[in-house]
Design a protein around this ligand. Structure first.
Ligand code: PLP
Length: 400
């Protein structure tokens, strides 16, 4: 008898983790690999945040907190939402989770009945479809082309909505494209959503502070406050404060949803780490200069690397509005031949070729639901990014 449940057999491991594993394996074999795979800041957590964690340990804050997070953490989050997003929430409308990832998974598990549909605009973050499948739901992929700015149009949204639609997921700025919705985009989507009062809307705002060219940080609920009763906000400290390892995220939303999430969390993961919560309180309430400083570094890397990629024959990339990735179009490479006589048929072939010939690790667009592209993370030093671009240019020049 099969020992592993079908809900696990039906999902795949995260493709970015698999690509990172492959790059590490080649490194162990002695190859000099530049890995542009991971989706996490290359900065250390700012010292004042680490200090707050240490002080919490010394005060003995090493025990369970309330399941939905300590009151001080919930207050830091309601304060953040008020200050940065002009959104008003009560403490009992917040649940603190083990990273944003766990907030998303718990939200799906708490709400999806078998066969319910979850609308996921593509290119998407790799985990959404598999999480939905693990919860026995059906991911419905809504394609968003580069010509549409990789954004969901109202027409496309209307065409994928059915009476089985349970959730719409909006991730702005987006991983992997960096696409970001503005006020007018949201108003247009909200007009369609007005016909679907039972639909739930998830906004994954994890990259909200990594955005370029001083764009407005507008939230769906600023543009369409009437959707508040059906919207769940997902966010956390991982990307903004370089705190991926601390595992603090949150969900904010109407009490009926938050109550369901906290009930499920109380019987699964339990509360998020108490010491990490103390650190995250300092992240939200303390000195914010790291956010501006890191943003300036990302902006300069993004500008430099974008220019370099767009100079390489066969590649093109639209400027991302935010997040720390470039989603590079490579359709001109499809059909070309390597020196060994292999034809590049897919973006997976391109990524493999770049890994083996340029020793640069990236992730194929097929993992994100739109091909032929590949994703490069720019959360690494400019020197390495410059090297990577040079190596890619040399490798591509060898194709016939
Ligand atoms: N949402 C998106 C779009 C992400 O890219 C990531 C991390 O890669 C997460 C959520 C998960 O964040 P966390 O580390 O807080 O779980």
């Amino acid at each position: 008898k099969q020992r592993i449940a079908s809900r696990v057999a039906n999902i795949k491991p995260s493709p970015s983790s698999s690509a990172a594993d492959r790059a590490n394996e080649l490194r162990r074999q002695g190859q000099d690999i530049i890995s542009l795979v991971v989706g996490e800041p290359d900065f250390d957590t700012p010292p004042h945040i680490g200090e707050a964690a240490w002080q919490a340990i010394q005060r003995g804050e090493t025990r369970y907190t309330a399941n939905s997070g300590s009151l001080a953490m919930q207050q830091a989050i309601t304060g953040k939402l008020e200050r940065e997003n002009a959104l008003h929430y009560q403490e009992n409308e917040i649940v603190v989770t083990n990273g944003a990832k766990s907030a998303i998974f718990t939200a799906f598990l708490a709400t999806i009945e078998a066969g319910d549909e979850v609308i996921i605009p593509a290119p998407y973050w790799v985990s959404y479809p598999d999480m939905v499948i693990a919860c026995e739901g059906t991911p419905v992929i809504a394609q968003c082309t580069e010509a549409e700015g990789f954004k969901l149009t109202p027409e496309r949204l209307r065409s994928v909505l059915t009476e089985k639609s349970r959730w719409l997921v909006i991730n702005s700025p987006s991983n992997p494209t960096g696409a970001s919705y503005n006020h007018d985009d949201y108003v247009a989507l909200a007009e369609v959503l007005a016909d679907y009062p039972d639909l739930l809307i998830m906004t994954d705002d994890i990259y909200e502070h990594i955005r370029y060219d001083d764009q407005d940080n507008v939230h769906l609920l600023n543009a369409a406050p009437q959707l508040k009763g059906q919207t769940l906000i997902i966010n956390g400290v991982s990307k903004t404060y370089a705190m991926t390892g601390w595992r603090i995220g949150f969900a904010a939303g109407p009490f009926y949803l938050i109550d369901a999430l906290q009930k499920l969390q109380s019987q699964s993961a339990g509360n998020a780490c108490s010491v990490s919560q103390a650190a995250a309180i300092e992240a939200y309430n303390g000195d914010q200069s790291f956010v501006k400083q890191s943003q300036a570094v990302y902006q300069s890397r993004r500008n430099n690397t974008l220019a370099k990629i767009n100079q390489i024959d066969g590649l093109h990339c639209s400027p991302p509005d935010g997040a720390f990735y470039l989603y590079v179009g490579c359709e001109k490479l499809i059909g070309l031949q390597t020196e060994q006589g292999h034809t590049l048929n897919t973006d997976t072939d391109v990524v493999l070729y770049l890994l083996e010939t340029a020793n640069v690790a990236t992730v194929a667009g097929s993992a994100y639901g739109l091909s032929p592209y590949f994703r490069m993370s720019i959360a690494t030093s400019q020197n390495l990014l410059d090297d990577a671009c040079e190596r890619i240019a040399l490798a591509l020049a060898k194709l016939k």
